[in-house]
Design a protein around this ligand. Structure first.
Ligand code: SAH
Length: 374
């Protein structure tokens, strides 16, 4: 079975249709059903000839993953845990869950409908506070698997609502899987795809300079967010281990170049970890590092991960940190956490099972099987 959501499958669809005596315009019709019509199956593509629907179903599949959990939170956040086929690791190797699981999230904010998608099964970056990378990376997702997340999340919206934004902030390091990510984002962006403007698509990265330069060369227009988490190499080497081989200066230079080429404002992300990177001295160093650039600093309170020793700072510590940055004239936003109760931070849900004890008793949470596919 070929996965129709893979770019190669779309490319060959016209000749596939021709070989079977179907009209060429059917290809556009099928795409419309998939991206706009939110079709669940080929059978549901009601204006295609029955023969064609059968031929498609015999050769292609729309969905390769299975939603094994669907959690909803009363702030409108919904999260899917997707089980993928294949894979090399299992419980026998000490991974306490099926290694072939990824997470993706739908967030509702006023009129925005933002989805957060994964690019890898696990992550190799090893950021010490993050749940996704605790067991390393298993594999890159294919383009089709990335597109599939977008479509499954879109299916959670009522027919009159559209996806407005994408953040590539789920499991994995997007720049470590650029070859598969970019074709998937092309589909998100395409007029005959999801039609989401470049400006509304954010790639979040730990900061891999070589790949950032590649984005510059490819002339992409996506919004870039760099996960900073520390103002000095000394501290960042501890929190974000890959920094040891790279260093802040090189990352910031590459990010600045991307800003010039793409003409997009940069965002830096900074997760506040109590007692580690939330001290007044860190705020002052951060102000010195970022001062004078066209950048937004997004400060995110830590979302505690079971089994890890890190804590969310107190309100006082957060205020103190904020005041120093504001006084220094830094364009800073303190983000609210969303979907805490359903472990919305990347990688958390996958690790929470079995069992899911802390989540189920909450009366405002309901868990439903994802009705969408298969
Ligand atoms: N690898 C990419 C994208 C995935 S993580 C990156 O590093 O940017 C997306 C963002 O969520 C990153 O800024 C990451 O540091 C942050 N994050 C990860 N775990 C978190 C947690 N438990 N609480 C708050 N933010 C977290």
């Amino acid at each position: 079975m070929k996965h129709l959501l893979e770019p190669d499958a779309w490319k060959s669809l016209k000749s596939w249709l021709a070989e079977r005596g179907h009209k060429a315009f059917r290809a556009a019709q099928i795409r419309k059903w998939v991206f706009e019509g939110r079709a669940e199956s080929f059978e549901a593509m009601s204006d295609l000839p029955k023969q064609l629907r059968g031929d498609l179903a015999a050769e292609f599949t729309l969905w390769t993953s299975k939603a094994t959990r669907h959690l909803t939170s009363d702030d409108g956040t919904e999260k899917l845990l997707l089980e993928l086929p294949g894979g090399s690791r299992n419980a026998a190797e000490g991974v306490p869950y099926s290694a072939q699981q990824i997470e993706c999230v739908l967030l509702r904010d006023d009129d925005r409908r933002t989805i957060c998608i994964s690019t890898q099964v696990g992550c190799a970056m090893g950021c010490v506070f993050c749940a996704s990378g605790l067991d390393g990376v298993d594999r890159n997702l294919t383009s089709g698997e990335i597109v599939e997340q977008m479509l499954l999340l879109q299916r959670l919206l009522p027919a009159e609502e559209r996806l407005s934004n994408i953040v590539v902030m789920g499991m994995g390091e997007p720049l470590a899987n650029l070859d598969n990510l970019l074709p998937a984002l092309d589909e998100a962006n395409a007029d005959d795809g999801l039609g989401i403007s470049h400006r509304r698509i954010t790639i979040s990265t730990v900061g891999l300079p070589k790949q950032l330069h590649k984005l510059c060369e490819l002339n992409t227009r996506y919004h870039l967010a760099v996960s900073l988490h520390a103002p000095t190499d000394e501290l960042r080497n501890e929190i974000v281990p890959v920094n040891k081989n790279i260093g802040l200066a090189e990352i910031i230079a590459a990010a600045d170049r991307y800003l010039e080429v793409s003409n997009r404002r940069l965002t830096f992300e900074y997760v506040l970890l109590a007692g580690i990177n939330d001290q007044p001295q860190h705020a002052r160093e951060l102000a010195a590092l970022l001062g004078g650039r066209m950048a937004l600093l997004n400060v995110i309170p830590y979302n505690p991960v079971a089994g890890l020793p890190y804590k969310t700072p107190s309100g006082n510590a957060v205020n103190r940190f904020r005041d120093i940055l504001l006084e220094a004239g830094i364009n800073v936003k303190f983000r609210q956490r969303k979907g805490d109760a359903i472990n919305a931070a990347c990688g958390q849900l996958r690790r929470s099972q079995p069992p899911l004890v802390p989540i189920q008793p909450e009366p405002h949470l309901q868990e439903t099987p994802h009705a969408g596919h298969r």
